[in-house]
Design a protein. Structure first.
Length: 96
């Protein structure tokens, strides 16, 4: 949440797929007007802490092959490409 025009509003979210300790991120979304303000990094850092508290050791996200911006974002956070899924998704993982 951020304060915007005197009101709090949600400008991003992260959801998991399946059991949290598996660290599989289903979705990460930040409103475009609020990108590049550290919100995505904060959500992923928080996700890593939650997964670790559940006994997990890794985060995993699937990124469209043509989404170069997202791939660069995850690489800056030390995610590495570890495979391909369905012919169009790059599997990116990070040890936590």
């Amino acid at each position: 949440c951020v304060e915007d025009k005197g009101k709090e509003r949600v400008v991003g979210f992260l959801t998991f797929r399946g059991v949290i300790r598996d660290g599989k991120i289903h979705a990460l979304y930040i409103e475009p007007a609020f990108m590049r303000r550290g919100i995505g990094r904060f959500l992923l850092d928080t996700a890593g802490h939650i997964v670790r508290m559940q006994g997990g050791t890794e985060l995993e996200v699937h990124v469209e092959m043509l989404n170069y911006g997202a791939q660069a974002f995850y690489r800056t956070l030390r995610f590495c490409a570890s495979g391909v899924r369905s012919g169009h998704l790059i599997i990116m993982t990070k040890e936590i």
